[in-house]
Design a protein around this ligand. Structure first.
Ligand code: NAD
Length: 486
């Protein structure tokens, strides 16, 4: 596997390599180089060199490359989705869906000429006008997680380049081939050399990005611990940073919600992508007196979900990314039991016929989870639902707001005033009302609060335009008497 620097596939300067394995079989797929400072430096040199040409290319011309990219993404959807499934473990349908989200972000970024429009005030004083212009920030970079290898870099990349920045992508070393394939499409765009670059790697590549004086803006998505580290280190180095972290998303279920639809949606939210989604529901909080009805319905829904290899047509839930991830999930389940929870559905010791070595955990449900225990306090990132019953909506919202994270919070109800109260009072950046995965469309910012986000401006939509541009206020005087007659 190679880096893509200055419009060419380039061998890494590093001899360190990592084996990439298929999470569903544990078989080795390929090797990825763990890029070093020299690799990042080459990418930055190239991006820095291309910055002037690119920012002086009119926005209307820049977006023509994105129109072409949209077509290439659509034409290659299937092939890239297959590779994504192989290295990430998710189902093919899930890979296709994230491909769709990536395409939608390209589409929104095609609107940059409008989104970057300036604000203008004429005659703020006699003969004086004032206006704002937006200019690119310069070389920018993104550091991505494993769980959405296609979609997440596209929360940033299309906006960055449409706004006139040059760009570097550092994908997760666990799923590098998917981004390599996307760069094979980018290579076909005939962009000026250096506008977009790819550097494979892990920690050294990240630190080199965070320290490089010529990188002006960094977008990060990953676990909260690393997000905080990235935020602090990049900010200390004077960069603009947006760092999206982990999550622990609560879902309230009120007795007036439609139990059949609600349990189906919650089931998809908890177990989609095997729980490895930053918006996945994790703690379910039934409110009031419908304990039995809810728990029986949700166990029935979860039991029927077919766990298996991602490329098999019948599979509804794939494997966890690694052995460590599986062990960690099972450890947290045990901690939950030790802290007093009751097991309603045990997905440990999952054996998938033909894929015995894969990192599978089947849907798991624990009831009466200790709110202060590790299972409720820690991001699991696995197919585990913890249920905590409460008596009223005030207690439920209190529980939501005791959570250190704040990525998403959802409520299921048919009562508008409860929904409104929740929307106002829940401390989370993405709110779902009768929605299980509160994922904003590409023209809305992907929000997130507390330990789920460090920074100000989020990815996607107008926030991305703000993040990737800096404003200049121009105050201009043209006295009438300077108008010469010809
Ligand atoms: P991760 O934090 O382990 O890795 C993310 C990136 O950081 C990778 O590119 C990796 O190479 C790099 N990295 C890892 N450890 C590092 C270190 N010590 N120093 C410097 N760089 C390091 O995250 P992951 O396991 O790949 O992804 C899962 C996490 O991402 C979950 O916590 C999930 O909630 C979060 N996530 C958040 C969002 C969001 O929008 N908030 C979206 C997707 C995933």
């Amino acid at each position: 596997m190679k880096n893509y620097i200055h419009g060419r596939w380039t061998k890494s300067h590093s001899s360190d390599k990592l084996n990439v394995t298929d999470p569903g079989t544990q078989e080795k797929l390929w090797e990825v180089p763990l890029g070093n400072r020299d690799d990042v430096d080459s990418a930055v040199k190239s991006a820095f060199g291309a910055a002037d040409i690119w920012r002086n290319t009119p926005a209307t011309a820049r977006i023509q490359y994105l129109f072409k990219l949209k077509g290439l993404l659509e034409d290659n959807r299937e092939e890239i989705s297959r590779v994504c499934t192989m290295e990430c473990g998710k189902t093919l349908a899930e890979s296709r869906a994230e491909m769709q989200r990536a395409i939608e972000n390209v589409e929104v970024a095609c609107g940059i000429p409008v989104l970057m429009q300036s604000e203008f005030s004429e005659d703020i004083a006699v003969g004086i006008d004032e206006f704002i212009i937006r200019q690119p920030v310069g070389v920018s970079a993104c550091i991505a997680p494993f769980n959405f290898p296609i979609m997440i870099p596209f929360w940033f990349l299309p906006y960055a380049i449409a706004c006139g920045n040059t760009y570097i992508v550092k994908p997760s070393e666990k799923v590098p081939k998917t981004m390599q394939m996307l760069f094979e499409l980018i290579d076909q765009l005939d962009l000026p050399e250096g506008v977009v670059n790819l550097v494979h790697g892990g920690r050294e590549a990240v630190d080199s990005i965070l320290d490089h004086p010529n990188i002006k803006a960094v977008s990060f998505v990953g676990s909260s611990k690393v997000a905080r580290y990235v935020y602090e280190r990049a900010a200390r180095n004077g960069k603009r940073v947006q760092a999206q972290g982990g999550a622990k998303n609560p879902v309230l279920v009120l007795p007036d919600s439609d139990m059949e639809i609600t349990t189906k949606i919650i089931n998809d939210s908890v177990y989609g992508c095997a729980g490895q989604r930053c918006l996945a529901a994790s703690t379910i909080i039934p409110v009031g007196d419908h304990k039995r009805v809810f728990t029986e319905a949700i166990v029935e829904a979860a039991k029927t979900r077919v766990t298996g290899y991602g490329l098999e047509a019948q599979t509804e839930m794939g494997a966890l990314i690694s052995r460590e991830s599986k062990a960690r999930t099972e450890h947290l389940i045990q901690k939950g039991l030790d802290d007093g929870a009751t097991m309603l559905l045990d997905g440990r010791k999952a054996k998938i016929s033909g894929y015995e070595k894969g990192n599978y955990v089947k849907p798991t449900i624990l009831e009466n989870v200790n709110p202060d225990g590790d299972l409720n306090r820690t991001e699991i990132f696995g197919p585990v639902m913890g249920i905590i019953h409460v008596n009223n909506i005030e207690d439920a919202i209190k529980l939501v707001n005791e959570n250190n994270y704040g990525n998403a919070a959802c409520i299921f109800t048919s009562n508008g005033s409860y929904a409104r109260k929740f929307r106002n009072e829940a401390n989370a950046g993405n709110i779902g009302i009768n929605i299980g995965i509160a994922a904003p469309m590409a023209f809305f910012p992907f929000s997130g609060w507390n330990d789920s986000f460090f920074g100000d401006l989020h990815g996607q939509g107008k926030h991305a335009v703000e993040f990737f541009t800096q404003t200049k206020v121009v105050i201009e005087r043209w006295p009438k008497e300077w108008t010469r007659k010809f």
